[in-house]
Design a protein around this ligand. Structure first.
Ligand SMILES: *[C@@H]1O[C@H](CO)[C@@H](O)[C@H](O)[C@H]1NC(C)=O
Ligand SMILES: *[C@@H]1O[C@H](CO)[C@@H](O)[C@H](O)[C@H]1NC(C)=O
Ligand SMILES: *[C@@H]1O[C@H](CO)[C@@H](O)[C@H](O)[C@H]1NC(C)=O
Ligand SMILES: *[C@@H]1O[C@H](CO)[C@@H](O)[C@H](O)[C@H]1NC(C)=O
Ligand SMILES: *[C@@H]1O[C@H](CO)[C@@H](O)[C@H](O)[C@H]1NC(C)=O
Ligand SMILES: *[C@@H]1O[C@H](CO)[C@@H](O)[C@H](O)[C@H]1NC(C)=O
Ligand SMILES: *[C@@H]1O[C@H](CO)[C@@H](O)[C@H](O)[C@H]1NC(C)=O
Ligand SMILES: *[C@@H]1O[C@H](CO)[C@@H](O)[C@H](O)[C@H]1NC(C)=O
Length: 388
């Protein structure tokens, strides 16, 4: 983030020299006020930042998907995360792409590297076979246009762009054997941990953990060639970003996160424990593309392990559970009771597991106990366990 400029049509800024850019910035900043549009260009060097990292934790009127840490020092992290899970419960297909500006000092699950700008891709085929690869970039550029963004991890072959609200992750990385496109057509509005995308919101899902969710749910299609094998599927797509100017492990004891689609509902869950055992939650549900609940209030959502290893809170030595039971308070719409069960494991280590799963759920109407329809869907979800 050596240069941050305010431009209405950001791509213009790229070829300009610094001198010219300053003049253009002055001009377009005025124009921004007039048109109400906002665009920023963030250049993030691959070299680790040497100064203290400033973090943005209160939302502005734009830039929901912009960079939030400046500079990215050796104990900070800021990344853009994309995933898609197949909506066919008989398929274990998924893809996860993460564009990091982080080092292992900020996020210890990164492979050892002295580059801040790293992209990772994880894939699972319909039969559950997994693949992953990491690519270092020479540097990174993120350009925002109001609340949406484009990004290029220069030299890695991985980038994303947007057309209106639709996003596409483009992979052209023969070095790691992956080529193709992942598209996201959003069907649920963006939000922050405690509510909809509004200016002045607290963007911390818990102390020192920034989170904005540009795409809680999208109709996604994947056309990738992975090591010579075609991976083609449609599913529920998701995109968020996480950041902090403090190491991840300084603020997290354990956590459960996931997203999925169940009939007309799109939802995202978070339930985690800080190191001192304090529980923080964030629940989001949209129905037919309208937010029906977005809250970080205690009790708005609860996620607990079920089946084998159903130990709460989990510690490093706790095995993976069979699933989770999620109780989601939808306010006037009642309560959503969901059971998520593991269909496949995408990443598995002692501190971190990522799953694809099967969800079945019922809406229990407020003050009503009449029989409800059981809804079925799929989810992609994760858990961290960081304490002994
Ligand atoms: C931080 O300092 C090191 C050593 O002087 C230097 O190589 C690196 O480029 C610096 N980082 C940035 C982002 O300037
Ligand atoms: C990075 O910045 C944060 C916030 O200012 C500071 O607390 C931390 O010590 C810095 N890390 C390094 C390695 O300098
Ligand atoms: C998903 O869960 C439902 C209900 O628990 C079950 O009927 C269905 O067979 C499951 N599908 C798979 C692929 O496990
Ligand atoms: C699973 O699918 C992958 C990709 O199509 C294929 O390479 C692999 O051989 C399959 N594994 C099994 C056990 O069928
Ligand atoms: C943007 O994404 C589309 C895929 O939807 C791709 O065809 C196009 O080349 C991308 N544009 C850039 C500039 O990368
Ligand atoms: C962008 O998000 C902000 C909240 O951070 C919100 O106030 C604003 O209305 C959004 N802008 C657009 C164009 O959606
Ligand atoms: C953090 O990032 C991961 C992806 O690495 C994502 O699954 C999760 O939703 C994010 N959560 C927060 C609180 O930042
Ligand atoms: C990535 O794949 C390698 C095998 O190529 C495997 O050893 C490693 O555990 C995988 N990493 C993750 C995070 O799943």
């Amino acid at each position: 983030m050596r240069h941050t400029s305010h431009l209405t049509k950001a791509p213009l800024a790229l070829p300009l020299c610094t001198m010219t850019r300053k003049l253009v910035v002055a001009f377009f900043s005025v124009l921004s006020l007039v048109t109400g549009t906002a665009s920023h260009v963030y250049h993030i060097p691959a070299a680790v930042g040497n100064d203290s990292s400033a973090a943005l934790f209160t939302s502005a009127a734009a830039d929901l998907d912009g960079a939030k840490i400046r500079p990215v020092n050796a104990t900070a992290y800021d990344w853009w995360y994309f995933d898609v899970v197949s909506t066919d419960p008989d398929s274990l297909a998924s893809v996860v792409v993460v564009f990091y500006t982080a080092t292992p000092g900020g996020f210890p699950f990164l492979p050892p590297s002295d580059s801040v700008t790293v992209a990772q891709i994880f894939v699972s085929f319909p039969n559950g076979t997994t693949f992953n690869a990491t690519a270092n970039a020479d540097d990174a550029t993120v350009i925002t246009d109001n609340n949406v963004s484009s990004g290029e991890w220069v030299g890695s072959g991985l980038s994303w762009n947007h057309t209106g609200f639709n996003y596409a992750v483009v992979v052209d990385a023969p070095d790691i054997g992956v080529q193709g496109t992942i598209s996201f057509n959003p069907i649920a509005p963006a939000h922050y941990p405690c509510g909809p995308a509004e200016a002045g919101q607290n963007m911390q899902v818990g102390p020192g953990i920034g989170w904005s969710n540009a795409i809680p749910d999208a109709v996604s299609s994947i056309e990738l060639t992975v090591g010579g094998t075609l991976l083609s599927f449609t599913g529920a797509g998701y995109h968020d970003k996480n950041w902090s100017n403090q190491p991840f492990t300084s603020n997290v004891g354990s956590w459960y996160w996931g997203h999925g689609r169940l009939g007309p509902y799109s939802f995202v869950w978070f339930d985690y424990l800080a190191l001192d055992g304090t529980e923080f939650v964030s629940g989001y549900a949209a129905k037919y593309g309208t937010i029906i609940s977005a809250s970080c209030e205690s009790g708005s959502i609860s996620v607990r392990p079920t089946g084998k290893n159903a130990i709460f809170p989990p510690v490093l030595s706790t095995g993976n559970p069979s699933g989770y039971h999620i109780t989601f308070n939808l306010e006037q719409a009642g309560t959503l009771e969901m059971d998520v069960s593991v269909l496949g494991i995408l990443v598995d280590s002692a501190p971190y597991t990522r799953f694809v799963g099967n969800i079945s759920g019922v809406i229990v109407p407020a003050g009503n106990s009449t029989p409800r329809n059981v809804l079925q869907g799929t989810a992609l979800y994760e858990q961290f366990k960081l304490t002994n």
